[in-house]
Design a protein around this ligand. Structure first.
Ligand SMILES: [Mn+2]
Length: 131
């Protein structure tokens, strides 16, 4: 019964699956927290998103800046960048279901004595706590 936190999978589905094998992740017993940035940069963002969606009862996540970028692009509020690897999600038949689910994910998780966010923004007066 372990708690694992994995960050910045960034579309690297193969290494993510290898890591789960190495830690012998047991979905029924272990807790898996994903610290955001599931997508972009890597080659298999769609597969990562589908896996997390399929395991949503046993996995919790917070949104990272790349996840938010994907949601913004999907809604027409952001522009796709040359080095983005998000088109497979945007073109997928199940893309809307995945994006609707992703949109409902939190920016912060707390539990088991921990709090988790993807990143904090520093400003002139220290860490920003503005929402
Ligand atoms: Mn990030």
């Amino acid at each position: 019964m372990a708690i694992y936190a994995i960050g910045d999978i960034q579309g690297c589905f193969g290494p993510f699956q290898q890591l789960l094998e190495i830690i012998d992740f047991n979905p029924g017993k272990d807790t898996l927290w994903l610290t955001g940035d599931l997508v972009n940069r890597g080659p298999q963002s769609l597969e990562v998103l589908r896996w997390v969606f399929r395991h949503q009862d046993n996995v919790e996540m917070v949104l990272g800046n790349h996840d938010l970028h994907l949601l913004a692009v999907a809604e027409g509020f952001g522009k796709i960048h040359n080095d983005d690897t998000l088109m497979d999600i945007l073109n997928a038949a199940d893309g809307k279901v995945l994006l609707d689910w992703l949109r409902c994910q939190p920016l912060m998780l707390s539990g088991h004595g921990y709090a988790m966010v993807h990143a904090l923004t520093c400003c002139r007066n220290g860490v920003s706590t503005r929402r």
